[in-house]
Design a protein around this ligand. Sequence first.
Ligand code: DGL
Length: 216
Amino acid sequence: MAAKADYIAVIDSGVGGISVLRELVRLMPNERFLYYGDSANAPYGKRTSEEVKKLTLSAVEKMMTHNLKALVLACNTATSVAVRTLREKYPDLIVIGIEPAVKPAVDQFPGGKIGVMATDVTLGEEKFNTLLQRFAGCADIVKIPAPGLVELVEAGLANSPEMDAFLESLLAPYKGKLDALVLGCTHYPFAAAAIRRVLGDKTALIDGGVGTAQQT
Ligand code: DGL
């Protein structure tokens, strides 16, 4: 009889976590992955923290019916509100969260101007603001909420005139002004080409997916 498979579960509010999954598969091609995208309830970023926590716990419960060796919370929004509770609730499970890649950005551009684009929930949560305080003296860091971006990615419009128009109006004030833009939501890497079209290639785009995969 074949041995029971141990999966690495990857969870997001929708398709965004696939940007993390692709890094996980690249690094660990022999692992077995289970992906859960809660697109029916996306975007999480527009919900209250309590709602996001409830939805995340319920998604994890569904995954726990499988044999898991690890859980990757491939959602900055869900991580910011639920990672601590999940670690308490499942002490024997390895839980890896994702947070906006502020540290790698500051390491690359000490003293630079860094934008952090993320959902309203992520930018408002204590977890992110603690991170921000840690690096506040090391660079000029500005929060850039992007309500509406996740919806475009969920609708399959990551590379579309609608996305270009959305990003043009959101990012116009930052053109030529940022050393780096942290993509603090796992949906955003899918819009990286469109972001480049607006910001040009002098701003580095920094995505936490690779670091999360390495940590896993
Ligand atoms: N992909 C999620 C993140 O990393 C959030 C998207 C949403 O608002 O649902 O923050």
